[in-house]
Design a protein around this ligand. Structure first.
Ligand code: MNH
Length: 460
């Protein structure tokens, strides 16, 4: 450990937390990364935390035979909310494998093709809303509306539920409660564990109320499904009725509750951020937007509603999305622990159970991999040839290994579809005075992003 650099001024007890931006811990860690290099440590309240972003080190941590997901920091702080749900389960908890095997078919190609029609319907609610805003001469609230869209999409496709987000002026109370618990989980990292109940008394009370709200929403949704006696084989049906193909075991009622919360939250928050950042970059770079729009016009022609197959054909739009997730991966870190005593990248001895946090936004800007212009937005970094030329494990917006994102294809399909529809329908105008600032609540979101729209002639 002593060979890993750390900040020069360490305060007794507090460690390296002074001067830290409590509301933007990830961007704070990015600053430390730039100053200290590809692996560094920070001390907080007597504990050392190791941060990694060098490409060679991150690639070694991706070796599944020696490392696995570590449930730590933000993820661990979500255990009271999501328990042994898929995202927050410990590797050794039997409910991880059980739920993974039962739910994975819900993300197969066939399942995705089945969601496509509902995704289109929800996107139609977004464009109806944006048409009205545009006609009235108003700007649109990008993160707010992307959250409406992605919440309705996962709720409809996964759970046959309608939150009515587009019929509300303010965020749905479910979203407010979710943002509350995510923010609270992030804040728990900035106070010494034992003192949390004291320092965060008011916040802890609010958090309990938020968790209550999430639980009640989910219980209502599950009860409605039990009454109606099954849907059309969506995620909720799988959770309630599908037995494990080998063991015949089913998810318990308590675990179903955790999975529903997990999927409603993980299934929309990060996709909303990804769409918001992509729209920011498209509006900031009109020449890139024009190229993407030309692709949509060419590939979709004047089909009013693109089919499932037509979405994957938007190769350039997809590159815009990848490049947005490179600069701002909206789930910006993941932790890896040693399965046994080992040496990281031949340099750093690690005991079994020792862990490090991979800072994805810094890995994605590593100059040796992405070049000296790594901060520049350029979708052509994701042409097939460019991807082949890069070393493996250098682009990790969806994490790595057995515990990588189960919803990756779902998110990419939804986001590509929506970007295609929006590019085809609108020109996006950004206030030239807007400066990108990134808000953090474990996930990332562009702050205060509003766009002015101009309608294009579109198929009926
Ligand atoms: Mn998702 C795990 C990022 C969309 C459901 N997701 C992960 C991880 C990352 C991630 C990173 C791994 C975390 C870790 O190692 O600790 N996820 C994303 C991003 C998007 C995203 C950037 C959108 C863009 N995720 C989605 C969607 C769903 C979903 C959509 C569901 C429909 N994600 C999950 C679940 C897990 C996960 C569930 C946990 C998987 C597991 O551990 O088995």
């Amino acid at each position: 450990l002593h060979r890993i650099p750390h900040p020069p001024h360490r305060v007794p007890l507090l460690g390296d937390v002074l001067g830290a931006d409590r509301h933007r811990p990830l961007q704070d860690s990015m600053r430390f990364a730039r100053a200290l290099g590809p692996i560094y440590r920070r001390r907080a309240f007597g504990k050392e935390f190791v941060f990694v972003w060098g490409a060679r080190l991150a690639a070694d941590l991706a070796d599944e035979s020696r490392f696995a997901k570590h449930v730590g920091l933000g993820v661990a702080n979500l255990r009271p909310v999501a328990g042994d749900g898929l995202f927050t389960a410990y590797n050794h908890e039997p409910n991880w494998q059980l739920a993974h095997d039962v739910l994975a078919p819900g993300f197969s190609r066939e399942a995705m093709a089945g969601y496509h029609g509902m995704m289109l319907a929800v996107a139609g609610r977004l464009t109806d809303h944006w048409d009205r805003r545009q006609a009235a001469g108003h700007t649109v609230d990008v993160p707010g509306d992307m959250t409406r869209l992605t919440l309705e999409t996962i709720a409809r496709t996964g759970f046959g539920h309608d939150f009515g987000s587009f019929e509300r002026d303010r965020p749905h109370p479910f979203v407010t409660a979710m943002v509350g618990t995510l923010t609270y989980a992030q804040r728990l990292n900035s106070v010494p564990g034992p003192l949390a109940p004291l320092l965060l008394r008011a916040a802890a009370r609010r958090n309990a109320a938020d968790m209550d709200h999430l639980n009640r929403t989910v219980d209502g949704l599950v009860a409605a499904r039990r009454r109606s006696g099954g849907g059309e084989g969506d995620l909720l049906d799988r959770m309630l009725a599908t037995a494990h193909p080998v063991t015949g075991e089913k998810l318990s009622a308590e675990n179903v509750r955790k999975q529903v919360i997990t999927f409603l939250v993980a299934g929309h928050e990060t996709t909303s951020g990804a769409l918001s950042f992509a729209l920011y970059y498209l509006a900031r770079h009109p020449e890139i937007a024009a190229r993407a729009r030309a692709e949509v016009d060419r590939v979709w022609g004047d089909t009013p509603l693109p089919g499932y197959e037509q979405v994957a054909k938007l190769r350039y739009v997809r590159r815009v999305l990848d490049e947005s997730l490179r600069l701002w991966p909206t789930a910006p870190a993941f932790a890896r622990e040693a399965r046994q005593d080992t040496v990281l990248a031949g340099d750093h001895p690690m005991l079994r159970g020792a862990w490090a946090l991979v800072l994805t936004p810094m890995l994605h800007r590593e100059p040796e991999v992405w070049g000296e212009d790594a901060e520049r937005f350029d979708p052509d970094r994701f042409t097939a040839a460019a991807v082949r030329a890069r070393p493996p494990h250098t682009f990790k917006p969806f994490g790595t290994g057995a515990r990588a994102c189960i919803g990756r294809q779902f998110a990419l399909h939804e986001a590509t579809l929506v970007l295609g529809l929006l590019l085809r329908r609108y020109e996006l105008r950004l206030d030239p005075g807007y400066r990108l600032t990134v808000a953090e609540r474990l996930t990332l979101m562009p702050e205060g992003l509003r766009l002015r729209l101009e309608r294009r002639p579109v198929p009926p």
